[in-house]
Design a protein around this ligand. Structure first.
Ligand code: SF4
Length: 694
């Protein structure tokens, strides 16, 4: 970090990387950011931070930043820099022409979990109220959409049940499909503190993540399951709990639908769901599974923490519901120290989902079919809304290839690099007649764009992010936007050019609208938030101070719902050509596709994506650490360096997806969650052979 003198002023704001939501003092000298100091009064981080939040902000002033709008009539032409007036009127004309010719359903928009709540609210409003379709989606489609489906179905709303502090009252932590040390480092530190105090740990993960064995911490049980068998493992845990009489029947009778519980208990009790019967499927020793189930059910306050290793599967939604079943059947819900806690990957994935960015839901997880809710929005917005759900991201791409979907507005998302089956994403984008990319950099998706609207960083705007514990926190403007506008203003310019009459002057007015239209945010206001520092939704008349723990007296849906989750093997099969299973994850110093973290000054962080491989598999192929290898699947191939390690089990390989040179998603498949289309990133059958390099 270059020394640029002593700070002259400081602004308290929220980190724009992961779902922990650390608060920082951004210390400024003139218009220069001098340093980011973790804020001791931040409720999510209490003065702690990781390297990304503290040091990885150089991208805000990076030379690659685009600050002028650009247009081109076709993607084989060079970009032409234009004024904002020309860019907005050019974009509106293209969108209007396509809407007149092909109808509103040919248009859609994608918003990002990197943006503020107010920005995502406006994008879905633009699509619904101005474009006239429900073709609005968010990058949560490819990460936590199964959380939305699974927790809404079982509990009645889609959110983690606990605050982070609650972990200090946990006796047993069950971590499944998450690697908090790398992906949620500040919360991982709190977990480790509790584990060092004596809490027990169960890890369900194909890879031996850092938590399994770290200084003064040893997991009681690490269940290194075969990728794709989460539901089988969770069902076998439930089998042990029910058949050994460890279920909390008093809690179930009081809080859940008893008839549904009985049906579910009969299902899991079947011998074919025993750990012994399922061992050949899960590859987890039955005795380990039995011991883990007993510990979870009888070890005191038990909390489940999960990540994308749960959701990014063809049974992602089933896995989330199987987790909810476990928590309900043991009474581990509705008090501090227990619960079901999705560790949200991105800073505002919770908020993006809360704000109605899904094609079937208006803000607050209310279905578009719900007439009362629709009427409320129609009256407030002065428009008629389409009563039918719109297209999800993969359906928009399919429809584009089929010739029925023509224009897309993508705010803060690089779908070409982040979504599965890159070739299909490219084909969908290429088939569209108007692709509008609104972002900081000319990303990979922008190669297919006709309009580029430069975006603003989190340092350049006011608004709010909602972290993984439902904590709504202010984001404060630290410096003026390099492009002249906040992102919410650009969406407003486009809406008004298309005939809307929006007149927001500050995001606080968007918050007022969100509060007016959404019961779980009814008590939210910008001024109040600045006084409190943060608040956890629901915040309304019943919970005027917010809600650190949910479902205390009853579930949002009334009675908790047990759902039978039958294990269905993925269609992605290994075989002689593709004998290994690839699974993916992140490293501490990089973030998702790396658009921001690769643009920082500290080159020591820029470790390339490598392929972790078990010594036996490596030896069979004549590979050593640092050798180049070709990684091929039925969908595509790429080249990576090998890291030989027993962190992965034989038959499993692992890599990260931070670098466009690697493009790990060229190998991932089209398979997706049955309920939400969340891609099955975590299971790809592959072959690995020696290579001379890229
Ligand atoms: Fe930012 Fe997450 Fe690191 Fe906190 S833990 S500083 S929110 S990246």
């Amino acid at each position: 970090v270059k020394a640029i003198g002593k700070p002259e002023r400081a602004v308290v704001t929220t980190c724009a990387y992961c779902g922990v939501g650390c608060t920082f003092r951004a210390e400024m000298r003139g218009e220069q950011l001098v340093r980011m100091i973790p804020y001791k009064d931040g409720k999510a981080n209490r003065g702690h931070s990781c390297v990304k939040g503290r040091f990885a902000y150089g991208y805000a002033n990076h030379k690659d930043r685009i600050t002028s709008p650009m247009i081109r009539d076709s993607i084989d032409q060079p970009w032409r820099e234009v004024s904002w007036d020309e860019a907005i009127s050019y974009t509106a004309n293209r969108v209007r022409t396509l809407r007149d010719k092909h109808g509103a359903n040919a248009l859609g928009g994608i918003t990002s979990s990197r943006c503020t709540n107010e920005e995502t609210f406006l994008v879905q409003k633009l699509v619904r109220a101005v474009f006239g379709s429900n073709n609005t989606d968010t990058c949560a489609r490819v990460c936590h959409s199964p959380t939305g489906y699974g927790l809404k179905t079982t509990f009645g709303t889609s959110a983690g049940t606990q605050d982070f502090d609650s972990v200090m009252e946990t006796d047993v932590m069950l971590v499944i499909g998450a690697n908090p040390t790398d992906a949620h480092p500040v919360f991982a530190s709190r977990m480790k503190r509790r584990l060092r105090q004596g809490a027990k740990l169960i890890v369900i993960d194909p890879r031996r993540i850092d938590l399994v064995r770290s200084p003064h911490i040893e997991a009681a049980h690490h269940l290194p399951l075969q990728p794709g068998t989460n539901v089988a493992v969770l069902t076998s845990l439930a089998h042990v709990i029910v058949t050994e009489g460890l279920a909390d029947e008093d809690f179930i009778r009081a809080r859940c639908d008893w008839d549904e519980y009985e049906d579910w208990a009969r299902f899991v009790s079947d011998e074919k769901h025993s750990p012994e019967f399922l061992e050949p499927v899960t590859r987890v020793p039955a005795e380990e599974l039995r011991a883990a189930a007993r510990l979870y059910a009888t070890g005191g306050n038990a909390a489940i923490y999960y990540g994308l290793g749960v959701t990014e599967h063809s049974q992602g939604s089933s896995t989330v519901m199987a987790i909810a079943n476990l928590a309900m059947c043991t009474g581990n819900i509705g008090r501090p120290g227990v619960g079901v806690n999705p560790l949200r990957g991105q800073n505002n994935v919770q908020g993006a989902c809360d704000m109605g960015s899904f094609p079937h839901e208006l803000p607050g997880y209310r279905h578009i079919h719900d007439v009362e809710t629709r009427n409320l929005f129609e009256k407030d917005w002065g428009v008629s809304l389409d009563p039918e759900p719109g297209l999800r991201i993969p359906n928009m791409l399919d429809a584009a290839v089929d010739g029925t979907f023509k224009a897309i507005y993508i705010q803060g998302e690089d779908i070409l690099q982040s979504d599965p089956n890159t070739q299909h994403v490219a084909a969908g984008l290429e088939a569209m007649e108007c692709v509008i990319v609104h972002d900081l950099f000319l990303n990979e998706t922008a190669n297919y764009a006709h309009v580029f609207l430069p975006g603003s960083t989190f340092l350049e705007k006011d608004g709010t992010f909602t972290n993984a514990e439902r904590r709504i926190q202010p984001v404060r403007k630290v410096m003026e936007p390099a492009n002249g506008y906040g992102d919410w203003e650009i969406t407003q310019l486009l809406a008004n050019a298309l005939g809307a009459r929006w007149n927001y002057e500050h995001p606080s007015q968007i918050i007022d609208e969100i509060a007016r239209l959404t019961p779980s945010f009814a008590g939210l206001s910008w001024d109040d938030l600045l006084i409190r520092g943060s608040v956890q939704w629901p915040i309304n008349e019943k919970f005027p101070d917010g809600s650190p723990v949910m479902h205390i007296d009853g579930f949002v849906r009334g009675k908790g719902k047990f759902v039978i989750t039958e294990y269905v093997p993925t269609d992605e099969k290994t075989g002689p050509r593709f004998p290994l299973l690839l699974t993916t994850g992140r490293i501490l110093t990089q973030y998702n596709v790396g658009a921001q973290t690769r643009r920082t000054g500290n080159v020591a962080w820029h470790a390339e994506d490598v392929l972790e491989m078990h010594p036996v598999d490596a030896e069979n192929r004549g590979l050593k650490t640092d050798d180049w290898a070709r990684l091929a699947s039925r969908k595509g191939e790429t080249t990576l360096k090998v890291l030989v390690t027993d962190r992965v089990a034989p038959g499993v390989v692992y890599t990260t997806f931070h670098h466009p040179e690697t493009q790990a998603n060229v190998v991932t498949t089209d398979y997706s969650d049955w309920a939400t289309n969340c891609p099955e990133y975590k299971v790809t059958a592959v072959q690995v052979v020696p290579s001379n390099g890229p």
